[in-house]
Ligand binder design. Structure first.
Ligand code: SF4
Length: 292
């Protein structure tokens, strides 16, 4: 059995920076709590907890001197809320997320109605919208939602995407809005890291030699789920959190397993999955599994 990794997978630059900042803080003896998961990966959360930086669901729960804001960002008012509670902030918000906050502010200042294409429950989207007047924006996730609004009522519309979306899947949603209002402009806010991982996953799944794709990532990671959806449309695929989730029955008759991983999956988890696959692969005398 061969193992083939996608040309691009795993930690993006934003998550790498967040991971480094929190570990550096913890190793220097800092005491803090992270608001929500620092990245959507349970292993990373456990690692942080072992370093003494626990995860909390609300700023009010922080009893340490420092609150950590994750790569997804927070509503701007959370900074003031933290200061009001006497907390210092370790901000690991990704620069691309800040770019969208700025773009939304600019578009709003120019009188545009804001349309965020994304999941209203995702923390990144909550970060963009929480502090806004509800009359100034919509969050649209489905074509039905796009059809339910009279977009012609707005003089101008600016479309902003949640960074981790697969833009192609929302093309019909955006076109619906554009068709209803010609003064609609798109801001190109899909993160390049997400797109690169998605393109590489598509290529991996389409490789005729690959019989099965394992997508590695956290259960709550939106971008990992998107990778899985892309692969599953092309090849039998499974979403796993780590090596323990591999079912040996999946490998029966498979000559080559493709591996990819979400933007919040550490490299060592991918290495563990590959090592486990090598251990499971049926071997004939003198042969060993190979990686491409
Ligand atoms: S996926 Fe992109 S936007 Fe999100 S944290 Fe990573 S680099 Fe930043």
């Amino acid at each position: 059995m061969r193992i083939k990794r996608a040309a691009k997978y795993g930690f993006c630059s934003g998550v790498r920076v967040a991971d480094i900042k929190v570990k550096r803080f913890a190793k220097a003896g800092g005491r803090g709590a992270i608001l929500g998961q620092v990245v959507h990966n349970e292993r990373v959360v456990q690692e942080m907890e072992q370093l003494g930086v626990r995860t909390v669901d609300a700023i009010a729960e922080v009893s340490e001197p420092v609150v950590v804001f994750s790569a997804h960002g927070v509503p701007p008012s959370f900074h003031a809320r933290a200061r009001g509670q006497g907390l210092e902030v370790l901000d690991t918000t990704c620069k691309f997320v800040y770019d969208i906050h700025k773009e939304a502010g600019r578009a709003f200042g120019q009188g545009a109605h804001l349309v965020f294409i994304g999941d209203p429950r995702h923390r990144e989207v909550v970060g963009y919208t929480h502090d806004l007047d509800p009359a100034s924006y919509h969050i649209v996730h489905t074509i039905e939602q796009a059809r339910a609004v009279d977009w012609s009522a707005f003089p101008e519309i600016r479309i902003l995407y949640q960074t981790t979306l697969n833009a192609e899947e929302y093309e019909d949603v955006v076109r619906q809005i554009e068709a209803a209002n010609p003064n609609t402009r798109r801001a190109d806010t899909i993160c390049y890291a997400t797109k690169e991982n998605q393109d590489a996953a598509r290529e991996l799944a389409a490789d005729p030699s690959v019989g099965l794709v394992l997508v590695i990532g956290g259960r709550h990671s939106a971008n990992t789920r998107h990778l899985f959806e892309i692969c599953a449309r092309i090849k039998p695929s499974h979403l796993i959190q780590g090596a323990d989730d591999i079912d040996p029955a999946w490998l029966v008759g498979v000559g080559c397993v493709g591996l990819t991983a979400g933007a919040s999956t550490p490299d060592y988890v991918v290495d563990e999955v590959e090592a486990r696959l090598r251990g499971m692969a049926p071997r004939s005398a003198g042969s060993s599994p190979t990686r491409e």
